[in-house]
Design a protein around this ligand. Structure first.
Ligand code: FE2
Ligand code: FE2
Length: 271
């Protein structure tokens, strides 16, 4: 089914799919494979006009080879292109066995130019750590890309959150540790439009240096909103989402977070 397209950019973001070593395994009471299949079904029905799907990291829960193999098989069967990046639960060398073409200079960082728009995918993984960073090599790679595409609108994708979330664990232990260098670089480029990230397992929106940012929920389990707590709580009471990211006018990026499970819950009415 072809959906009529009105926006200049349309990207679907899945995040933190956390695939387990066995496809029938339960993760905090849910099956991440079933959740991913339901998300892809919904995207096929409603967003076949999208430019692509991205998965913003934590592709697996424990970096098992079997999970990457099943993911590769699922993505190969999908009609839309799917561009994954790595999160803190992933491992580069195992990922590389299944997705060897997404590496540049030893990291999972790459560019997709679609029409007039440039999408840059970043690798913030520090292996075996929950925090993330862009080391000098990765910052230099990003700077080279920003210099290369100074005339085009740029969209960035990364796993770790480049701004504080207000959640203690996320901002103190599982944080992005290259914030200063990252923003010192970005503030020189006025054509960066939006940053999509994952890791929080929550919906969050923000803005910095005239760049809008957002995260969407995990397709599997969620992180509870507990600003006062120094302990991280998880929840399955909040439904999983995918984000629909569209650029309508030159400066207007709109984002919807769609709860894709139980799509028959809708009813007619006024609001
Ligand atoms: Fe995650
Ligand atoms: Fe993460």
């Amino acid at each position: 089914m072809l959906v009529e397209r009105i926006s200049k950019v349309k990207v679907i973001q899945l995040s933190d799919i956390h695939l387990t070593a066995e496809d029938n395994a339960s993760l905090y009471g849910i099956n991440p494979y079933y959740r991913l299949e339901e998300a892809l079904k919904s995207i096929y029905v409603h967003h076949s006009d999208a430019d692509f799907i991205t998965i913003t990291g934590d592709l697996t829960d424990s970096a098992s080879a079997k999970a990457y193999a099943i993911l590769k098989d699922m993505l190969d069967k999908n009609e839309l292109p799917i561009y994954p990046i790595l999160g803190n639960h992933d491992k580069r060398d195992i990922f590389a066995n299944y997705f060897p073409n997404l590496f540049n200079d030893g990291f999972v960082q790459y560019v997709k130019k679609i029409d007039a728009n440039v999408h840059i995918f970043l690798d913030t993984l520090v292996e075996d750590q929950s925090y993330g960073e862009l080391c000098l090599n990765r910052l230099n790679w990003l700077e080279d890309r920003l210099k290369e595409y100074q005339q085009e609108p740029i969209y960035l994708y990364m796993h770790h959150h480049p701004i504080d979330s207000g959640l203690y664990e996320m901002d103190n232990n599982a944080n992005f540790r290259s914030k200063k260098e990252f923003w010192d670089l970005l503030k020189n480029y006025k054509n960066v439009k939006h940053i999509s990230f994952g890791h929080l397992h929550r919906i969050m929106h923000s803005q910095k240096c005239n760049i809008s940012l957002h995260s969407t929920r995990s397709t599997s389990f969620q992180v509870a909103y507990q600003q006062e707590s120094k302990v991280e709580y998880l929840t399955n009471e909040e439904q999983p989402t995918y984000a629909v990211i569209e650029m309508i006018e030159e400066e207007n990026t709109r984002i919807h977070h769609h709860e894709f499970m139980n799509e028959d819950r809708f009813y007619l009415g006024d609001c």
